[in-house]
Design a protein around this ligand. Structure first.
Ligand SMILES: *Cc1c(COP(=O)(O)O)cnc(C)c1O
Length: 241
């Protein structure tokens, strides 16, 4: 068995245990394998072990991998999870299935209109990135501004609003991890309840939270998609991260 296959099994076990401890159905939590910095051969290995959804952080690296694996494209789902400059949106609109890292309307508008140019592609599935801990990732929108961006995105034609994503500041303290995730979940639930009958919110069902070091806390707080890199593919080359 390859290392990636063995790691995947361990991560799935962690996911299952965390779900059961939180009295949740493990099936309600998707596993996104974050393959950034790892070559396409690693993605193939994971695919042979049954993994189909992959996350990439850098546009050019992601597009190269998607193109190298073009024969497998029908079986794979590609998620863009990194920061995005507006001159890179076209590549994302053309090649990816999901985007987790939208934090301003201008990017969403560009993605929507560019996605529309590819008539064979279904709409892009998108999450808004929330900034819950200022000392953590610089990207993301403050909680107070999330709802109005959701409303604007819900009206765009070639995007489907799926939910929220967050990367809290790293912490070894599980209660601190949980507080950050809980804040995102409360924001998500508030919006979901308020807009349950509104056009454009039919698929608002995704909380993209939890990485290798905090997936358990994220699952207790309601994550529906964990984004796991190093626990599956191994330590990343520091020069590349
Ligand atoms: C790198 C990355 C991950 C995976 O991180 P690990 O700690 O390796 O699991 C998840 N989400 C985003 C946005 C990332 O950039």
């Amino acid at each position: 068995m390859s290392q990636v296959t063995a790691n995947l099994m361990l991560v799935k076990q962690r996911l299952e245990l965390a779900a059961l401890a939180a009295k949740r159905d493990p099936e309600d939590i998707q596993l996104l394998a974050v393959s950034k910095t790892f070559p396409s051969i690693a993605v193939e290995e994971a695919m042979h072990a049954g993994q189909t959804a992959f996350g990439e952080n850098y546009v050019q690296e992601g597009v190269e991998k998607i193109q190298q694996l073009t024969k497998l494209r029908p079986w794979l789902e590609w998620h863009f999870i990194g920061p995005m400059q507006s001159n890179k949106t076209r590549d994302v609109a053309e090649h990816f299935d999901w985007v987790h890292s939208i934090d301003r309307l201008k990017i969403a508008e560009r993605l929507s209109s560019q996605r529309g140019e590819f008539s064979d592609l279904s709409p892009l599935q998108v999450c808004i990135q929330v900034n819950v801990s200022e000392e953590g990732s610089k990207s993301g929108l403050p909680l107070e501004e999330v709802e109005s961006l959701c409303d604007a995105i819900a009206k765009l034609p070639n995007l489907i609003l799926r939910g929220l994503m967050a990367i809290p500041a790293p912490s070894n303290d599980i209660s601190q991890q949980r507080r950050a995730f809980a804040a995102v979940r409360e924001c998500f639930t508030g919006i979901k309840v308020k807009h349950s009958n509104d056009l454009g919110y039919d698929f608002f069902d995704t909380l993209s939270m939890g990485m290798s070091d905090d997936m358990e806390a994220a699952i207790v707080e309601g994550s529906t998609m964990v984004r796991i890199g190093s626990a599956i593919f191994g330590k990343r080359d520091r020069n590349k991260v």
